[in-house]
Design a protein around this ligand. Sequence first.
Ligand SMILES: Nc1ncnc2c1ncn2[C@@H]1O[C@H](COP(=O)(O)OP(=O)(O)OP(=O)(O)O)[C@@H](O)[C@H]1O
Ligand SMILES: [Mg+2]
Length: 501
Amino acid sequence: MTAEAHGGEWDARAGSVARLQGAARTGRGIYLGLGARGWAWSGAQRSTLVLGPSRSGKTSSLVVPNVLSAPGAVLATSTKPDVLRATAGARASMGWCLAFDPTGELELPPGVHRVGWSPVGAAREWHAALEVADAMVRTARGRPTGAVGAGAEGHWSERAAALLAPVLHAAALDGVPMRGVLRWVDRHDGAPALDALAAHLGDDAVATDLLAGILSTEPREQSGIWSTASGVLAAYRSPGALASTEAPLLDPDAFCAGAHTLYVCAPAARQQLLAPLVVAMLAEVRDAAYRRASRTGGFDGAPVLFALDEVANIAPLPDLPSLVTEGPGQGLLTLACLQDLSQARARWGTEADAFVSIFGTTVVLGGIADIRTLEALSALSGDREVRSRSVGFTDGAGGRQVSATDATVLRRRLPVDVVARGRLGWALCVDARNRLGWVRLTPAHDAWPWRDCIPTGRARTQDLLGPPGLSGSARPGVGRAPGRTRSAGGGTDPRGWLSCS
Ligand SMILES: Nc1ncnc2c1ncn2[C@@H]1O[C@H](COP(=O)(O)OP(=O)(O)OP(=O)(O)O)[C@@H](O)[C@H]1O
Ligand SMILES: [Mg+2]
């Protein structure tokens, strides 16, 4: 963690979201709040983990400010529309604002365009088909880390992924939409996919062989494989989810190329069904971010940001640990929010115990109750020597004797109860060298400069977004360069209203 004053002394009059974007562009990483010397950042190329219970300020103090101040593309996940509502007005002045809503129920503000994503589109290349099938199966079967699992569970998961990969690839090659894939899988009908693979790739291609092998297994076994695959695609039985696979489809490469924003909203109640879709989509955007970094020679000052609010619920990426360690060097920063490490353990198993060291920076908000999380953080604070004196009395023939003994004892610098309580309005931060410090939180609805840049009510929303008629009826033309959208303040400079000074 570095606390840096922008241009020397912290000057309350000089700051603005635009300047924060400039500061972020210079590679200071994730914005944390106010440190002793001004804006505090995670540090260059460091992802950040946020731990805090409900209502502790994860969204308002960390996610919203980082979405607003990110100089590059942002993919923001949430189980609520709070991030979308707070930031869409500002982000629309920088690039396209898109929403992937697999329920089809979200009411979008003007200027935010619905965008689709389909596993079929992601499976155009064979290696990508393998990846998307694997990510969906592992997420759906609750085994996000490591191998697909052992025993019967592992067998069915492995077989289902082996079936879905060639089926999705066949659909991609033959132009069959997700609706068609669902029909094949639910009817246990592999013939059309096998024909498509043979026609496009030949009889001796790996994908053709894999599917042919599955279709020649004995009927009971084969039925189990189809049923497992059907369960993985269960979300697509809702019309909303199926509609979310239709055009206009997200172009991950075009999305990563500019300061665009993609909001992924899926309610917590349906996360079990929807998480496989979201995870597979995130994996495709991640690959696009890495491709962009390799094209531009790595760090270009505007990394793609994954702002993963409610990460364990809606975006339990199987390879979150490698995303966090490899991503920053390849132009992708992650801000991941969890209630505590027990929530991570339920998703990522024992790998969760290493989260505080895997993430370059951890932000801890007050109110955590999970004792293992608290113990781990308290242990990082180290011990300090405390002198203690004990006084004893002995009654003897000569009367009462007083004796004093001095000793030095070791006490935690931050005892468990101090970490648990936290400090109201502050966050405890752990940096990559396990140093701890306090940073003042800057809730977007309350603290400058954010409060001037987010809608605070109905009227304010209209101020920021402009009259509904201006929102533009054209679909986003995903993949096109973003048009310069109107200035929310009505001026000609699309970023003008971001300058809050
Ligand atoms: N726009 C707003 N106006 C006023 N208060 C707000 C606003 N947004 C959030 N708050 C308040 O800020 C506090 C933190 O809310 P926030 O949503 O950031 O917490 P959270 O940690 O993200 O919670 P959860 O895990 O439930 O999403 C709450 O007390 C909330 O009522
Ligand atoms: Mg929240």
